[in-house]
Design a protein around this ligand. Structure first.
Ligand SMILES: Nc1ncnc2c1ncn2[C@@H]1O[C@H](COP(=O)(O)OP(=O)(O)OP(=O)(O)O)[C@@H](O)[C@H]1O
Ligand SMILES: [Mg+2]
Length: 471
C-alpha cells in the first residue's frame, strides 16, 4: 500500500465502484417506481375509456351472459383483466360479490378487491398493487354509479411482471457493465500508475546518482507534462551542480597551485640562505626575494579569504553616504609612487560638487585599487589612466579608463572569473572576481567595455538620496 502504483490503482477502483454503486442504488429504484406508476396510470385511463359499455349494460339490466361478453370485450380492448363486482351493504358493512370476470383461468382468484372496496367507499377511481403467487398485480378500480349510488365496481388489472422483469434486466446489465468497468479501471489504473511510477523511479535513481557525485547522466525528457517539466528542471539543476562542482575543483586546484609556487620558492631561498659562505649582497638579494614571496602569499591568502567570505555572504559591509570624488582622489594619491615607477600618469576627472553614493567606503576603495592596479599592471609602461566620477539616474559612477591594448572578446567574458589571468603579470586572477562580488553586495554593478587602445571599467553604486540606508 506504500507504493504510488497500488494507491493509484485503488483510487481508480474506488472511483469506479462509487460510480457503479451510485447508478445501482440511486437510478434503478426510482426507475422501477416510475414504471409502476406509469402502468397504474395507463390502467386508470383504460378503466375510464372501456367501462362505458359495462355501465350501459348494468343500467339497462341486461342478462348476465351478455354482461360477461361485454366485460370480455372491454378486457380485450384494454389488454387487461376486467372484473365486475357488485356492491352490497352500507358504508360500514360494505361487501363485494363478483358479477363477471374476463379471466377464465383465474376465476377462483379475486383480484383488486382492496382497490374495489376503496373505490366503492369513495366513489372515485382507485389504483393499487398487490402481491399474488404469480407475482405483483396492478389494478385500477372504477365505481359505477346508478342513481347517485355505487352499485358496481369494475376492476382493470394487469400483472406487473414485465416491469419487474425489465428492472431486473437493467439491474443485471448495470452489474455486468459495472464489473467490466471495475476490471478495466483496475487494469487502466495499474498501467497508468506503473508508467508514472517508472518515470518517478527514474528521477529518483538520477537524484541518487547526483547525491553520489555523478553528474553525467541526464534524465531523458519524454513529455511536456508535469513529470517532463520536473525532469527538465532536474537536468538543469544537475547541469548547474556539475558546473559548480567543476568550478569548485578548479578553484581548489588553482588556489593550492598558486600557494604552492611561492611556498616552494621560499623553501628554496631558505635552503640557499643556510649556506654560510654567502656574501652579504647575495644574502640581501635572497632576503628581498623572500620578502616579495611572503607579501605575495599574504596578498593571496587575504584575497582568498575575502572571496570565500563574499561568496558565503559572511563579509560584513557597512554602507554609508560616501563622497566618491574624495575617495577617487585619495586612491589616486596612494598610487603616485607606483605611477612614477611605471612612467604613467593618472588624471582625475571629478565634478565640482560631491558625488555621494551609499556604499562601504573601505570596500569601494578596495574595488578602485583593484581597477587602478589592473590599469597599471596589464598595460604597457607609460599608459595614461583616467579616473572619472559622474552621477545620474540615482547612481554614483566611477570609471577607470586606460589606453592599453585592450582585452580580447574571448577574455572579456572570463575576466571576472576567479583565477582567470592573462599571465602577463604574476597575478592570481582574483582582483576582478572580488571587485564584482563587492559591487554586487553593495547593490551596485561593475562592468567593462574594451577596445584596442581603450579599456573602461565602470563601477555604479546607488546614490544616497535615492535609496534608504541599510546595513
Ligand atoms: N585594464 C586592463 N587592461 C587589460 N587587461 C585587463 C585589465 N584589467 C584586467 N585585465 C585582464 O583581466 C584579468 C583578470 O584580472 P584580475 O584583476 O582579476 O586578475 P590579475 O590582475 O591577473 O591578478 P590579481 O588581481 O589577482 O593580482 C587580467 O589577468 C587581465 O588579463
Ligand atoms: Mg588585478
Amino acid at each position: 500500500m506504500h507504493s504510488l502504483r497500488n494507491r493509484l490503482t485503488l483510487v481508480f477502483f474506488a472511483i469506479t465502484l462509487t460510480a457503479v454503486g451510485g447508478i445501482y442504488l440511486y437510478v434503478v429504484p426510482p426507475l422501477e417506481s416510475r414504471l409502476k406508476a406509469e402502468k397504474l396510470r395507463a390502467l386508470s385511463v383504460s378503466s375510464g375509456a372501456y367501462s362505458g359499455q359495462i355501465i350501459d349494460a348494468i343500467r339497462r339490466n341486461i342478462d348476465s351472459p351478455i354482461v360477461d361478453r361485454i366485460v370480455r370485450q372491454a378486457a380485450d380492448r384494454a389488454g387487461a383483466r376486467v372484473t365486475l363486482y357488485g356492491v352490497a351493504g352500507d358504508i360500514r358493512t360494505l361487501r363485494l360479490f363478483r358479477i363477471s370476470d374476463s379471466s377464465v383461468s383465474l376465476e377462483t382468484e379475486r383480484i383488486g378487491e382492496r382497490a374495489a372496496l376503496d373505490a366503492a367507499r369513495s366513489g372515485k377511481t382507485i389504483t393499487a398493487t398487490e402481491a399474488r403467487n404469480s407475482g405483483r398485480i396492478a389494478s385500477a378500480a372504477r365505481s359505477l354509479l346508478v342513481n347517485g349510488k355505487v352499485t358496481q365496481v369494475v376492476v382493470f388489472s394487469q400483472p406487473l411482471n414485465d416491469v419487474t422483469n425489465n428492472v431486473a434486466l437493467i439491474r443485471e446489465q448495470i452489474l455486468i457493465a459495472g464489473a467490466v468497468a471495475l476490471l478495466f479501471a483496475v487494469i487502466a489504473g495499474w498501467v497508468v500508475a506503473s508508467a508514472l511510477a517508472q518515470r518517478i523511479k527514474r528521477i529518483e535513481r538520477a537524484a541518487k546518482q547526483v547525491a553520489g557525485g555523478d553528474f553525467s547522466q541526464p534524465i531523458p525528457v519524454d513529455s511536456v507534462d508535469e513529470l517532463g517539466q520536473l525532469a527538465t528542471a532536474f537536468n538543469e539543476m544537475q547541469r548547474q551542480l556539475a558546473h559548480l562542482e567543476g568550478a569548485r575543483r578548479r578553484f581548489i586546484a588553482t588556489a593550492s597551485h598558486e600557494l604552492r609556487t611561492p611556498v616552494f620558492s621560499l623553501g628554496g631561498f631558505v635552503e640557499l640562505l643556510e649556506d654560510e659562505e654567502l656574501d652579504e649582497d647575495t644574502r640581501r638579494e635572497f632576503l628581498s626575494q623572500i620578502h616579495a614571496q611572503v607579501v605575495r602569499i599574504q596578498e593571496l591568502t587575504t584575497n582568498l579569504l575575502d572571496l570565500s567570505r563574499l561568496e558565503s555572504g559572511s563579509l560584513e559591509l557597512t554602507p554609508e553616504a560616501t563622497d566618491l570624488c574624495a575617495l577617487a582622489s585619495e586612491i589616486g594619491g596612494e598610487f603616485l609612487a607606483i605611477l612614477a615607477q611605471h612612467g604613467s600618469s593618472l588624471a582625475l576627472d571629478v565634478p565640482a560638487g560631491a558625488v555621494t553614493a551609499l556604499c562601504d567606503p573601505d570596500r569601494t576603495a578596495q574595488i578602485l585599487r583593484i581597477l587602478v592596479d589592473n590599469a597599471l599592471g596589464h598595460t604597457p609602461v607609460g599608459t595614461a589612466i583616467t579616473v572619472r566620477v559622474t552621477s545620474g539616474n540615482g547612481l554614483g559612477r566611477i570609471e577607470v579608463r586606460d589606453q592599453g591594448s585592450g582585452i580580447s572578446d574571448d577574455e572579456l567574458s572570463r575576466i571576472f572569473e576567479p583565477f582567470f589571468t592573462s599571465d602577463d603579470r604574476q597575478g592570481a586572477g582574483l582582483g576582478l572576481a572580488i571587485a564584482r562580488e563587492l559591487a554586487g553586495q553593495m547593490d551596485g554593478t561593475l562592468s567593462v567595455d574594451s577596445a584596442p587602445g581603450q579599456t573602461t571599467f565602470t563601477l555604479e553604486l546607488p546614490s544616497h538620496s535615492d535609496r534608504p540606508l541599510s546595513s
